[in-house]
Design a protein around this ligand. Sequence first.
Ligand SMILES: CSC[C@H]1O[C@H](OP(=O)(O)O)[C@H](O)[C@@H]1O
Ligand code: HPA
Length: 270
Amino acid sequence: MTRPPLAVVAGTGFYDLEALADPVEQTLDTAWGQARVVRGTWHGLPVAFLTRHGAGHSVPPHRVGYRANIRALADLGCRDVLAVNVTGSIDEALSPGDLVCVDDFLDLTRQRPLTFFDGSGPEGVVHTDVSDPYDPALRAEILAAAAAAGHPMVDGGVYACFEGPRFETAAEIRLARLAGGTVAGMTGVPEVTLAREAGLRYAAVSLVVNPATGVGDTPITMADIEEVLARSRAAVLEVLGTLVRTRAADDEAGDVTAPDHAAPAEEALP
Ligand SMILES: CSC[C@H]1O[C@H](OP(=O)(O)O)[C@H](O)[C@@H]1O
Ligand code: HPA
């Protein structure tokens, strides 16, 4: 059985996927700019890894080439995108190091290109349904992998995406909490909606790396975030690796009824 490459898109703290065998770096040209992807195999399955801030974390969140990145993954034939976002916790029950498999988002960004459908293409004006922005079947696979890997993961939460690159004010975090926000980040949107527009299944793991502004007692520092990343990064990779290993085992057993073999989303690619 040949699978389409599985896309892994990650950001802060995730600049390489060391587990990839036979990695080959590729720069893809798209109508929305270039995207750099490293292709290889993980447990024998094809994987395309993309670090969204670019090599050496050179691109800030408000300038990430979200359209180029998602378009490049679709052009490579990817069907599923596993995203990782590091976040600040809005929900006071969360602590640094916690994992959340988010199921909705709040878009508090201001100035990013939002869509592939800007009215200039042959498809005209398109309004995409986002009742389930994060693919339920892919989320279920992630949660099952987390349980199998022994890493607790919260099932559901709202990712509040701010423009950045500054952190939020305490008032902004209170506003997001009133609106149901669970975690705060700067990159989850429009990545998730572009993936939907491109017909890709997308789900995201949020790794909490700090209490959001006003939730903790002290200012947010990169040193504190890096310390959390250093101790928690492996758990995220173990969850993703377990998901991939489970898929490989399903293939080995010839189990074509596994949920991840479901048909891709119905939208046409732009
Ligand atoms: C390191 S704090 C701010 C930075 O971290 C998050 O990155 P990512 O979403 O790519 O994991 C946040 O969105 C900012 O880009
Ligand atoms: O507190 C935060 N806010 C926004 N993005 C973040 N990424 C890590 N922590 C945070």
